[in-house]
Design a protein around this ligand. Sequence first.
Ligand SMILES: NC(=O)c1ccc[n+]([C@@H]2O[C@H](COP(=O)([O-])OP(=O)(O)OC[C@H]3O[C@@H](n4cnc5c(N)ncnc54)[C@H](OP(=O)(O)O)[C@@H]3O)[C@@H](O)[C@H]2O)c1
Length: 296
Amino acid sequence: MRVAVAGSSGFIGTALVAGLESAGHDVLRLVRHRPAAPDEAQWDPEQGVVPLARMAGVEAVVHLGGINVGSRRWTRRFKKQLHHSRIRSTTVLASALTGLSTRPRVFVSASAMGFYGPDRGREVLDEESEAGDGFLARLCQDWEHAAAPARAADIAVCHPRFGLVIGPGGGALKPLLPLFRLGLGGHFGNGEQFWSPVSLHDVVRALRFMIEQHGCVGPYNVCCPAPVSNGEFSRVLAHELHRPRLLPVPGIGLQIALGEASSELLGSLRILPTRLTEAGFTFDHEDVREIIRAAL
Ligand SMILES: NC(=O)c1ccc[n+]([C@@H]2O[C@H](COP(=O)([O-])OP(=O)(O)OC[C@H]3O[C@@H](n4cnc5c(N)ncnc54)[C@H](OP(=O)(O)O)[C@@H]3O)[C@@H](O)[C@H]2O)c1
């Protein structure tokens, strides 16, 4: 199958392209820089430019692009940039797809567990749950809504709401590993908040599932079936690294250091991948131990 991927240079995109290619798919990477390889075609979300001629015959399009949420402190200006980079690029791509003479069957447009808000305590969340409040929740709702032009053109639009993606070389584990390797890692705040992790390996498999299985449409929580407390996550990580788990990192310290972004670490989101499971998807890494082992 011919698949176009935007945001292909990132943590998830790099793994996805490798996974698609090893499964025999023909990948076209939509890149914002000048193309440097035959499988790259340039697009410019700001100018509304999409290389439609190069996209002929594409059956599936995946959009993972957007400024990295954890790359800076969340000032008002940066929050605007986070929002704009996702809404603008998704609107441009979704609208452009409607202009292809043969439209793709499926458009997979990224979203995030932030849809459910910063903190839902012990509530069990699935795709039927209400959206939450706060910056990330509003961003995710606008982000999903931005794919409306593709939906209106009868393209099956899927929104993977990614949990905390854990894999080698990046993502959520990257800032934690140096601390834990030094034996300095501990849980955050009281450690009781739920985290909903997923292995990068299963993220790639879930994205392939949405592309390859005809009939996938709508939101899909992409997180393992066993959400875990942050305290348990830290305990397993320290154990797998053969290091002691040290003092907790106080919530107030994280709030001072990271500002509003600390809600991602201190908030509690207990999310189940109900729609993926019901559709017949099974996880290779079902719990935090398997996820961390796979990443290490
Ligand atoms: N990793 C996680 O744990 C996680 C969790 C929840 C949600 N997500 C979401 O899933 C998506 C992929 O995650 P990731 O971890 O792979 O992110 P990432 O490593 O930060 O990569 C995102 C990609 O977006 C593109 N990009 C950067 N700025 C952009 C802009 N202004 N406009 C359009 N595209 C831009 C870049 O690709 P090019 O330079 O090739 O265009 C970049 O490689 C992101 O939208 C992220 O918010 C990730």
